[in-house]
Design a protein around this ligand. Structure first.
Ligand SMILES: C[S@@+](CC[C@H](N)C(=O)[O-])C[C@H]1O[C@@H](n2cnc3c(N)ncnc32)[C@H](O)[C@@H]1O
Length: 285
């Protein structure tokens, strides 16, 4: 694999011990801002003056059980879909019948945004390895009785999963944020193929999301948990999908952009990594 080979001589960067080791938790919030606030007020019907307390209490409860940085650092309050220029068009297609999947949805905040914006729950799906995370989403958003969205427990590596068997090729929109960036190059190729397999073959069907990237691509080792990952630049991200498209004999239009990385979790990392937010829109041609 030419691109991965380009990086084989590069000594991998070592992640600081706290990362992937679940020690990422910040102080409680003093405010919860839009768009997350709007979901809690308009969808969950929590009085404005109670939102901050509710979110902090839920974060603390969740972190006791799921020791994950995106919980400890309130990543579940980010509604990434709204950052995409194509979101209105995507929303319209969902309203007209396109099936939407939030893959690796965690608590499912993006699912609630689409429902709040008028997406029909029957066209909206969430999937995650952990049923417990998706269940907790109902407690966070107070909507077990009213949401009506189907959440599908699925391991992306399990080719006998419900997602695979029941929904192969059925989604016209797959959103996956903070999902693809935790695996080595070869594994990410495998995951990308799986996700494409879930996507409808209709031209215009789209995979979109945002994740941690780096200005210059790097192999990263997590010695304390014996894992490694390939941190992508926009360039290598596009190349990875070009490899996948070629191997699957399909045509894709891949857009990838970077913006400033403002997350709180970057302080202990070696400076050479230069984190960015990598945003992508991948369409079937
Ligand atoms: C960092 S979280 C991101 C959650 C959410 N997308 C967000 O941005 O807030 C990554 C999610 O991917 C899920 N995940 C990890 N490995 C998975 C797998 N093999 N199959 C399905 N989901 C997986 C995790 O359970 C977790 O909820």
């Amino acid at each position: 694999m030419a691109i991965a080979d380009d990086f084989q001589d590069d000594a991998p960067v070592e992640a600081p011990p706290g990362v992937m080791n679940a020690k990422s938790i910040c102080d409680p919030l003093t405010e919860v801002i839009d768009p997350a606030r709007a979901i809690f007020e308009k969808w969950s019907k929590i009085p404005a003056c109670e939102v901050v307390e509710h979110v902090n209490n839920m974060r603390d409860r969740a972190y006791e059980v799921f020791r994950m940085p995106h919980i400890g650092l309130y990543g579940f309050l980010n509604i990434n879909l709204l950052d995409f220029d194509c979101y209105p068009e995507i929303l319209e297609s969902i309203k007209k019948g396109a099936l939407f999947l939030d893959l690796g949805c965690g608590f499912g905040q993006e699912v609630r945004q689409v429902v709040l914006d008028g997406g029909p729950p029957a066209n909206i799906f969430g999937a995650d390895l952990s049923n417990d995370l998706m269940d907790f989403g109902h407690e966070l958003f107070l909507d077990k009785e009213k949401l009506g969205v189907r959440f599908v427990q699925s391991d992306i590596f399990d080719h006998q999963s419900t997602l695979r068997l029941e929904f192969r090729g059925r989604f016209q929109v797959i959103h996956a944020s903070n999902f693809f960036h935790v695996w080595p190059w070869a594994t990410t190729i495998e995951v990308a193929k799986y996700v494409l397999d879930q996507l409808s073959d209709k031209p215009g069907s789209v995979i979109l999301g945002t994740q941690v990237g780096t200005k210059k691509a790097k192999n990263v080792r997590f010695p304390h948990v014996n894992k490694s990952a390939f941190f992508h630049s926009t360039e290598t991200w596009k190349k990875l999908w070009a490899v996948v498209a070629q191997e699957m004999a399909i045509q894709l239009d891949v857009q990838a952009t970077e913006s400033d990385f403002t997350d709180q979790d970057k302080n202990d990392w070696p400076e050479e990594l230069e984190f960015v937010r990598l945003r992508f829109v991948i369409r079937r041609v």
